[in-house]
Ligand binder design. Structure first.
Ligand SMILES: O=C(O)[C@H]1O[C@H](OP(=O)(O)OP(=O)(O)OC[C@H]2O[C@@H](n3ccc(=O)[nH]c3=O)[C@H](O)[C@@H]2O)[C@H](O)[C@@H](O)[C@H]1O
Length: 570
């Protein structure tokens, strides 16, 4: 009976709640002893409470059938942080230039976060990154961005912005002058699959961060990423900051709009200086694989059909695609022009700056045009399917009016879509090819990354082989074969014969296409062949039945012995 006391204390007002004040009262004991029903109900209550506690899913990972649960660094996983993270953060935060800022970049392993963190570091600011490394998209890309940042001297803390304790500790260790808040659950359409992840990051996470900022002494100035999606169903073009933003078309947009209102509150009550930036479909190298330009590139290369959305009555869907370097300049200008927060230690001391700006390109481009630019750059014809835009949060078009940002931030985008996509495609191919090249001897392949798009079609002559290239180097690759397969139609004696090739393992199948095509191209070139790649990757190689995988392996081995013999003959 005694072990029930703390629990019963919440149920029975006659037992004092504070254990220190608890005195064993014969009256109380008497009441307990003579109310068996109360005891039974208490047991039941306790039982159901425990069941609820252990069975309820965390907010970020609540998912229905179609939902994907995102893994975030939870508070309990903080043990994964290196024990000397405060010292590392402290070092990383030290500005190199005299007038440099000390900036916390949240979402630093994300697309925009990585670019902004590098730009800040390069100009002499002290930068600490924070990222939860969730699995919304391929974690390898986030890790590669992290390595890039580490090479630049930026330390990233692996933690979630919802971890208030960690944030308070961080703000004690480092006196940030600025916070560039880019951590968010991105993506418009995914909000229908996993709505709670948007509330977790974009609402709860934002509040958690603002709480830490408001309590910090000194309070930092905050610049954060809102979104063009807040314009929702607004039809007045181009979108101006004065236009209505009360008709969000997706939960993503609604959470970004909520963020703008939350920013107002924290500015009003606590004197935090806050600047929101409405990004317009930002694209470029190190981009996000969930965005159309990125997965269109992947799918065009692999010959997979892409869906192009259109509005009612075949209306064109268009976006004001904005190149990453232009957006980074806008972010830095927002930090540079941000006034100081006025509060300290959680108290407001005067009115503080509150701003919102569009960061777009001011020239919307139809999605069809985006695809034709990619086709031109990749020299591969896309397999297109035009579809009515699903009702999943998308809007028909976006178009930024950037007069305000131009006037107050000096923001002036200079990159048109074709120029920006050219840089993206170059990066895409070099990123995925260079990763593959780690598996082969450096002398095996030497080619100009610039020429890779040629390779993908028929430009085998563009490929320059190292004189020391040898077939045995290819065998080295073979040892890594495993999880993914590509069909190559080759013209090496057997016109249009189709073979299944195992691809290099150690990578997610979705990221290897270009590397593999280049490798196979090199091999066949070495073998004296000419061939056209009409490649197609299985949409889900994991789904191949085990029996067919075995068969493929046998075919593969046979194939290579045949090819080797042939190449020796030539
Ligand atoms: O500015 C923003 O605030 C948002 O920009 C981005 O959203 P969106 O503009 O929707 O970009 P993205 O998905 O690349 O679709 C581009 C176009 O391709 C069309 N689209 C898309 C998929 C497809 O299969 N077919 C297609 O036609 C589609 O209809 C659309 O017209 C960010 O993802 C988001 O996080 C947020 O930052």
């Amino acid at each position: 009976m005694t072990q029930l006391k703390p629990i019963l204390s919440h149920l029975d007002p006659i037992i004092p709640s504070s254990t220190g004040k608890f005195k064993s009262s014969p009256y109380a004991f008497h009441r307990l002893r003579f109310h068996p029903r109360l005891t039974l109900w208490s047991f039941l209550f306790l039982f159901f409470l425990l069941i609820f506690f252990f069975c309820s899913p965390p907010a970020a990972s609540s998912g229905g059938n179609k939902r994907r649960s995102l893994t975030n660094t939870s508070h309990s996983e903080r043990a994964r942080l290196s024990p000397n993270w405060p010292a590392k953060a402290h070092n990383s935060a030290r500005p190199q230039s005299k007038s440099g800022f000390t900036v916390l970049v949240t979402g630093a392993a994300g697309f925009v976060g990585t670019h902004v963190a590098v730009a800040l570091k390069n100009r002499g600011d002290g930068v600490v990154g924070l990222d939860n490394f969730n699995n919304y998209y391929e974690s390898g890309l986030k890790k590669a961005r992290k390595s890039l940042l580490e090479r630049q001297g930026v330390y990233i803390i692996e933690a979630d912005i919802n971890d208030g304790d960690l944030l308070s500790k961080l703000f004690e260790v480092v006196h940030f002058t600025h916070v560039m808040h880019l951590a968010a659950q991105a993506g418009v359409r995914y909000a229908m699959q996993n709505p709670s992840s948007y509330i977790h990051s974009n609402v709860n996470g934002f509040v958690s961060l603002l709480e830490a900022c408001k309590n910090a002494n000194p309070q930092p100035s905050i610049v954060w990423a809102s979104s063009s999606s807040v314009y929702g169903l607004n039809s007045k073009v181009p979108f101006s900051e004065k236009d209505r933003t009360d008709q969000p078309a997706s939960l993503y947009a609604a959470t970004k709009k909520a963020g703008e209102e939350i920013a107002h509150t924290y500015n009003h009550i606590y004197g935090l200086s806050i600047t929101g930036l409405r990004f317009f479909t930002v694209y470029g190298p190190w981009g996000r694989p969930d965005m159309a330009y990125y997965f269109f590139t992947k799918d065009i290369i692999r010959g997979k059909e892409i869906k192009i959305f259109e509005g009612a009555d075949h209306a064109t869907v268009a976006r004001d695609f904005t190149y990453i370097d232009d957006v980074v300049k806008g972010c830095l200008a927002a930090l540079d022009t941000a006034k100081k927060s006025t509060g300290s230690g959680g108290k407001k001391r005067g009115a503080a700056q509150l701003r919102i700006y569009n960061l777009g390109n001011t020239s919307p481009v139809p999605v069809g045009k985006l695809v034709s630019i990619l086709e031109k750059l990749l020299k591969v014809k896309a397999r297109k399917k035009v579809l009515a835009m699903p009702r999943n949060g998308d809007v028909l078009f976006t178009h930024a009016n950037i007069s305000l940002a131009r006037k107050e931030l000096g923001y002036k985008p200079t990159t048109d879509l074709e120029t920006g996509l050219k840089k993206f495609v170059k990066w895409y191919l070099s990123y995925y090819v260079s990763a593959m090249l780690k598996f082969v001897s450096p002398s095996f392949l030497q080619f100009e990354m610039e020429n890779l798009p040629e390779v993908l079609l028929s430009g085998i002559s563009e490929l320059s082989m190292s004189p020391s290239a040898s077939l045995s180097s290819y065998d080295a690759v073979r040892t890594y074969t495993a999880s993914a397969y590509v069909i190559l139609s080759n013209r090496l004696g057997e016109a249009n014969s189709t073979e299944l090739f195992p691809l290099a393992a150690g990578f997610n199948y979705s990221v290897i296409d270009a590397r593999i095509l280049a490798l196979n191209a090199s091999y066949f070139l070495k073998a004296g062949g000419h061939f056209v790649i009409s490649s197609k990757i299985f949409s889900d190689p994991e789904a191949l039945p085990e029996s067919s995988i075995k068969e493929v392996r046998v075919n593969w081995a046979k194939y290579f012995s045949e090819v080797r013999n042939r190449s020796l003959d030539t």
